[in-house]
Design a binder for this molecule. Structure first.
Ligand SMILES: Nc1ncnc2c1ncn2[C@@H]1O[C@H](COP(=O)(O)OP(=O)(O)OP(=O)(O)O)[C@@H](O)[C@H]1O
Ligand SMILES: [Mg+2]
Length: 275
């Protein structure tokens, strides 16, 4: 679906942001990208729909090269990106118009657009806000509108670049739930960049970026088992996994693959009560 081939990228200022990154993203995959500040995550995200073009290497979306000007519109239709700051993504004064903005630019006929906008708003649970003013909404609601705007373009791939970073825990949980639903029900490929390790637990695959390259790759289970290496490059492991390691280290209980606090408490009860 999406293929990043030996991509390097240097900003005009001379800052190298990506160095020889290769990554294939499968259709329908739920991929999480983590990494400390400045590790190149956003630069990589912008490569995925041609917002930035590689200095070296190539990015291929469904057989189309992002460096090919003629295919850029097709590529943007397939890969939608939601960014961190909800305020920067609002362009009009009515929610409905905001969601319609993307498809309008793609030249979708009006009747179809109305259907798409309604459906997109429904997918993010914002249908009752269609006629509201976006600037009156909460951060989480604005992000849902931004996601709806992408959905209205019917993308194959949804990229979220720390889209939950400015939200409170409830807003974060809602967005996460919506994204997982879109993945499960609509089969949308998801690339989620996050600084919250807990959010990566629900992914099928986790990529760890460090200084412009891919440092680790694997299932959440595989990646978070390498806690010491992660800490060395400035990352944490989810609290539940940290607790699991501690319990094992202190010979209290070996909870195997437990990943959530629920699994830990259940396992701990079983182990202590010897059931
Ligand atoms: N517009 C820009 N001009 C010059 N250098 C930039 C620009 N944007 C990013 N950089 C630099 O490129 C490198 C990678 O930045 P990038 O934004 O991709 O990292 P990131 O992993 O997304 O970080 P964060 O977690 O802070 O969002 C950093 O050294 C950063 O300072
Ligand atoms: Mg970033």
């Amino acid at each position: 679906m999406l293929s990043i081939k030996n991509v390097s990228f240097t900003y005009d200022s001379g800052t190298p942001a990506l160095e020889n990154v290769s990554l294939d993203i499968r259709e329908g995959e739920f991929l999480c990208i983590v990494g400390h500040n400045g590790s190149g995550k956003s630069t990589l995200a912008k490569m995925l729909n041609g917002l930035l073009l590689p200095t070296e290497g190539a990015v291929i979306v469904d057989g189309m090269d992002t460096a090919d000007d003629d295919r850029l519109l097709d590529i943007r239709r397939r890969v939608g990106i939601v960014f961190q700051n909800p305020d920067n993504q609002i362009v009009t004064t009515v929610v409905r118009e905001d969601v319609a903005f993307g498809p309008e630019n793609l030249g979708i006929p009006t009747e179809e657009m109305i259907v798409r906008v309604d459906e997109a708003l429904k997918s993010v649970g914002m249908e009752s806000y269609a006629e509201s003013a976006p600037h009156m909404l909460s951060g989480g609601q604005k992000q849902r509108i931004a996601i709806a705007g992408m959905l209205a373009m019917e993308p194959n791939v949804l990229v979220l670049d720390e889209a939950t970073a400015m939200l409170d825990p409830y807003g974060r949980r809602d967005i996460l739930k919506i994204v997982h639903e879109l993945h499960e029900k609509k089969g949308i490929t998801v690339v989620m960049i996050t600084q919250y390790m807990e959010e990566a637990l629900g992914a099928e695959r986790v990529i760890v970026m460090n200084s412009g390259h891919i440092e680790m790759e694997g299932t959440p289970q595989e990646v978070f088992a390498r806690g010491d290496e992660l800490r060395k490059i400035g990352l944490d492991v989810p609290a539940a996994i940290e607790l699991r390691e501690l319990l094992k280290e202190r010979n209290i209980a070996d909870l195997g693959n437990a990943m959530t606090l629920e699994e830990i408490s259940e396992g701990l009860c079983r182990s202590l009560l010897k059931i």
